[in-house]
Design a protein around this ligand. Structure first.
Ligand SMILES: C[S@@+](CC[C@H](N)C(=O)[O-])C[C@H]1O[C@@H](n2cnc3c(N)ncnc32)[C@H](O)[C@@H]1O
Length: 250
């Protein structure tokens, strides 16, 4: 009897080892063979297609632009806007403030009389970011405004509710815009409403413009409002998704 029990547990042990190795081999197969129908197969293919299309579209724009690091593109863009001169009485705007990291950064390059205005709900995204991972309410600060520098003014609430009124009360030309709202619908709304107020040479810095699955929606919102000869690509961030454009008034 004892010998039979021992044989049985040895058999079970060998089977366990066998199934363990089958599991390992399956995991290796799924991850090494892109054609293997794993759970991620379609999404991986989708993402590759999005990025390949993005490269096809932007190849000529990248060739014409300067390629700068993620850390530098923000400095590059705000300095370009300041180099326009006569910027004391112009508007600097940021759409999508969250914790204030980027708006505080830009404000360092402005003097105390140059205000940068930041628009945000401070309760997070007003809707799901389609095709991406962020859902409605992501990045919420529960309505608590972040700490900002003296030359930063925050405009709390939906951009769609506040921008038109803001532009009616602030009649200056716009020289700098940082668009970082994630949602393409909001980007379209912003571009539609600011386009007639942009100074010649105004700088538009987009946070999620290329190298990202959602690139096409952003390009579409730009092309809906501006013709190809109304903007010029200046810089692409090599290790992120940011792109800097210059508006050309014609
Ligand atoms: C990626 S975060 C901004 C990050 C910030 N620019 C930085 O780099 O520090 C996006 C922000 O956009 C805001 N946002 C998105 N759509 C908005 C809308 N329609 N109105 C107001 N705020 C919006 C969200 O609340 C969120 O805080």
């Amino acid at each position: 009897m004892k010998i039979n029990k021992r044989k049985l547990s040895l058999k079970r042990f060998v089977l366990k080892i066998f199934y363990f190795f089958i599991k390992i081999i399956t995991i290796i197969r799924i991850n090494s063979d892109p054609e293997y129908p794993s759970q991620n197969y379609l999404l991986r293919k989708y993402k590759k297609k999005q990025l390949d299309d993005c490269l096809d579209y932007h190849k000529k724009n990248i060739e014409k632009s300067v390629l700068v690091s993620k850390d530098f593109i923000r400095e590059y863009s705000i300095k370009k806007a300041l180099s326009l001169g006569l910027v004391e009485s112009k508007l600097f705007l940021e759409f999508g403030v969250f914790k204030g990291t980027s708006i505080n950064f830009f404000s360092n390059f402005l003097n105390e009389n140059q205000i940068i205005y930041g628009f945000d709900t401070f309760t997070g995204l007003p809707e799901d970011w389609s095709g991406m991972g962020s859902i409605k309410g992501s990045m919420s600060l529960d309505g608590k405004l972040p700490k900002v520098k003296k030359n930063v003014k925050l405009i709390e609430g939906l951009i769609e509710d506040n921008l038109i009124n803001f532009l009616n009360t602030n009649k200056e030309e716009i020289v700098f815009v940082h668009i970082d709202t994630d949602l393409a619908t909001t980007q379209s709304f912003i571009l539609k409403n600011i386009k007639n107020r942009l100074a010649n040479g105004a700088i538009l810095l987009f946070d999620d413009f290329y190298n990202i699955d959602s690139w096409l929606a952003t390009v579409k919102s730009l092309e809906e409002e501006f013709s190809q000869d109304q903007f010029e690509y200046l810089a692409f961030a090599v290790n992120s998704t940011e792109v800097c454009l210059r508006f050309i008034k014609n």
